[in-house]
Design a protein around this ligand. Sequence first.
Ligand code: SF4
Length: 397
Amino acid sequence: MTITQPVSIYLHIPFCLKRCGYCDFTTFAGKDVFIPAYVEALCQEIKAVTGSINQKLAVHTIFFGGGTPSMLSLGQFGSILNILKVCFDLNWDVEISLEANPGTINLEYLKGLRELGFNRLSLGAQSTNEYELHLLGRIHTRQDIFSAFKAARIAGFSNLNVDLIYGLPGQKMNKWKKSLDEVVKLNPEHFSLYALSIEKGTPFGVLVKRGLMELPDPDRAADMYEWASEELDKTGYQQYEISNWAKNRYECIHNLQYWRNQSYLGFGAGAHGFANGMRISNVARINDYISRNGKTSDLVNDRPIGKFPMSPATVSKTSLSNHKSMQETLMLGLRLTGEGVSSRAFYERFGEDLMMVFGKDIVELEKMNLVEWSGDSLRLTKRGRLLGNQVFIRFVD
Ligand code: SF4
């Protein structure tokens, strides 16, 4: 097997100072003591995976996500980046992103990140309203957001994303407008806007189940989404994915890799990866992750590590059939609101005609005004962006 296209690397940092009420990500509070061993385990996992392929892979994006990656020290990032430089062939213009909680960073830290090579920062702001931040369980204040943003600019970050959440229980349109307007004035290069979703097992899920919190109103959330789309369009942002907007072509190259269904390696507890025709996922618990990667032999629990991109931490793998890959390419690619899925690129990749494989569903979705053709690309209509799940469900078994 030879991989000819540059791959992307995701590193999961599953530590947070405190769990937010809505969060269902693989992340843990109060486990900071494990951070040094975790960083060591990450380095071991990188070595194990790259040692299982007879090729030095080219890399064009590195993304530290979480969790709260900004809980790692500069020295810890330095160690991880050094291993990555040894084990991979990093492109000269590699995009290196960090998700940062505005309550965990300052100017000195940000300058250090720039010196290490980070060139994209994603600030998890979520809202600029003090009451909403409290409701969400965020550890930062609205002032922390503005201070972090300013410090990031001074430190030299010219590629900044801000995450915001809308559709909070009881949230009025004017509050949402104010949050977005205040961040637009900061002029970030990129926005990610997410509708709050209440997940089972989270504190919000429990409150809703007990009748102590109202479910977000989906119609109001749809109005907020539509207003935000128009507002961002007016202020010079191009929507390129259902939840993402960029100015001056500052799309997130790392996330484009996912939506274009191209290879990425996931390192860390609970991380997922896709390469060599396989989707894999790692053990979620921090202790398990550390002990699995601490083994020095190539046997884990007396089992061989497995073939690339598996690692000692891999707990599940799915080999994709050609049909499944085609479905996933369509489902992910349709999230790209401008680019969509090119029928020519589809044919070049799979040797099959998009309409021959999925024509029946595509025609039905066109009749429902959920998808449309733009040149040779199939993409969501404006209505389809609001009702994306009705489209994606067609391409899942
Ligand atoms: S900071 Fe992010 S990852 Fe951590 S608990 Fe809150 S939402 Fe989840």
